[in-house]
Ligand binder design. Structure first.
Ligand SMILES: NC(=O)c1ccc[n+]([C@@H]2O[C@H](COP(=O)([O-])OP(=O)(O)OC[C@H]3O[C@@H](n4cnc5c(N)ncnc54)[C@H](O)[C@@H]3O)[C@@H](O)[C@H]2O)c1
Length: 333
């Protein structure tokens, strides 16, 4: 196989982004897209010059499709992954892997038994700031992490979003639908999480059936500690963080360009300032699909595995449980 033929399931915002980026790869081709909404399916099919089906089962029945990119609402990821694995297709699944750990386990079993590749769309690993912070920590130049703090807060979904985003059982709530990225980033930098506690509640976004403010404390198996501020109840919002390590600190007050810098300082006084706008990296969605396609062609492990996807869902679920139990410490694993 010199090239991978892809089918895209779900032609909303993210499915369209995945399809358009996949079509730019030299060793991949989007042959079919699928959505229950015909206008969406037809529009995307025209853009990427593919055919379309309303029934994703018809896409899976095609022998020429090697792999699927799943970009449906999170509560559908399990049934679609199981069906795709059953049909012998490799699976790239958008984050969060699924809203429950049980669903993640069923998906893992399905792809393992079918012997197909599985990658989860924790795309932040391919973003400039996230990648640079991880690289700086992994270099060892700052020692080992003691504390990682990340905040990502916003003002809510507004009224234009589909209903599934307001339901914990369908979206996984803010901690999965948004902060799957930040939890993955913290785990990518600091390693596995040993235990979780959280406080929070619903203050502004009463349309949600999940908290709109969540403060999550993490203890990593390394002994490092972490703190995530998550929420949809901030008019100003913000996205940034820092990692303090045994020999120095890395401060990233923002994640995107706009003049922002990553600032580092070692205890010996050495400083570095890295302009985020100058970071050189491939379009992140294109890079993550490239990694998936390469894993298929080279028959290697995928870059971001089912175990990675499950770990994030486990942390988020533990945080929600901790809130219900008044901030109890929940041990994982
Ligand atoms: N990586 C990122 O940065 C990022 C950004 C946005 C969304 N996402 C993820 O992508 C996924 C989709 O999010 P979105 O924003 O594109 O949602 P969306 O609501 O815009 O799109 C979902 C699409 O799935 C379609 N769909 C539903 N049931 C289907 C079925 N049975 N067969 C085929 N299509 C079906 C819907 O009609 C809709 O068009 C979610 O898991 C979300 O968390 C990831």
């Amino acid at each position: 196989m010199a090239s991978v033929t892809l089918g895209v399931i779900g032609c909303g915002g993210m499915g369209s982004d995945l399809a358009r980026n996949a079509q730019k790869l030299e060793h991949a081709n989007v042959a079919v897209v699928s959505d229950l909404d015909e206008k969406r399916a037809r529009t995307l099919a025209e853009q990427v010059k593919s055919t379309y089906y309303l029934d994703y089962g018809a896409l899976l029945a095609r022998d020429d499709i090697d792999a699927v990119l799943i970009a449906s609402p999170p509560f559908m990821h399990r049934q679609m992954t199981e069906a795709a694995a059953d049909a012998g297709k490799h699976v790239f699944c958008e984050k969060p892997m699924a809203p429950t750990v049980a669903d993640c386990d069923a998906m893992t079993q399905a792809v393992t038994e079918a012997g197909v590749k599985f990658q989860i769309g924790h795309v932040c690993r391919y973003h400039g700031t996230h990648g640079k912070v991880r690289e700086l920590v992994a270099s060892g130049a700052y020692g080992t992490p003691t504390t990682m703090i990340v905040w990502r807060i916003g003002g809510g979904w507004g009224d234009s979003h589909p209903n599934w985003r307001y339901k914990l059982a369908e979206s996984g709530g803010t901690l999965m639908e948004v902060n799957a990225h930040e939890i993955d980033f913290m785990r990518y930098v600091c390693g596995d999480v040993a235990n979780v506690s959280a406080i929070g509640g619903t203050y502004v976004q009463t349309r949600h059936d999940y908290p709109d403010v969540t403060l999550v404390s993490l203890q990593f198996t390394s002994g490092a500690v972490g703190f995530l501020q998550s929420g949809n109840a901030s008019a100003i919002g913000g996205y940034g963080g820092r990692v303090d390590c045994t020999e120095g600190s890395i401060d990233f007050p923002a994640f995107w360009g706009g003049g922002a810098t990553i600032d580092t300082k070692r205890f010996d006084g050495e400083r570095e300032e890295i302009a985020i706008g100058d970071l050189d990296f491939e379009t992140p969605v294109k890079a993550e699909i490239r990694a998936f396609v390469d894993a298929i062609l080279d028959d290697t492990d995928t870059a971001i595995t089912a175990a990675d996807g499950r770990a994030i869902v486990e942390v988020a679920r533990a945080a929600y449980r901790s809130i219900e139990e008044g901030g109890a410490v929940i041990s994982l694993g």
